[in-house]
Design a protein around this ligand. Sequence first.
Ligand SMILES: [Zn+2]
Ligand SMILES: [Zn+2]
Length: 191
Amino acid sequence: MLNGQARNKFLIECGQAMAGRPFFLEAQDGGPRSRRVKSIVEARQTLKPSYAHDLLEAKQQLQGKMQVLEETAAEAIEAADVCRKDASNVRQSTEALITVGEVREADNLALVRETSDLKQELRKARHVAHELEIAVRCAICCSKRADTVLMPCKHVCCCQTCWARVSEENNMLAPCPICRVPVQGWIQMRV
Ligand SMILES: [Zn+2]
Ligand SMILES: [Zn+2]
């Protein structure tokens, strides 16, 4: 350890030798720290060119990577735009298909209702045809079509064969089977 006088002398010498240097003030704290500061400064001066070179290389590499990343990001944005447009087209197509499907479903329902109505009408028409078929059959033989108009009542209820036989059996005085009015003559219809 330096005594007070020697210490002051040392500080003055240091101040003269190191005035203006960055670690000048550090020398006031004592020997070990000033030596450490000095060694750090020297190391920095030695390593600075090498670090600068490494930093420049790293910077260039980073710039290159940044450029690649920016290009990749631009491509990704472009691809995302394309995907967005595709998705929009798909959505529009889907909506159009749903509309077409709804229209077809409505058409199908209408067709089902129409078919049901037509089947019902067909059943009615067959029933009417059956009734007519029965109505125009001969009331005597029930097999041939009634084609004989009885006069004067004009009822049509039997075939010519049956009426000829009935009329002959009754000496041409048979009454009409429907209204019982005496038949004076008969006409065969041409159907
Ligand atoms: Zn008959
Ligand atoms: Zn009659």
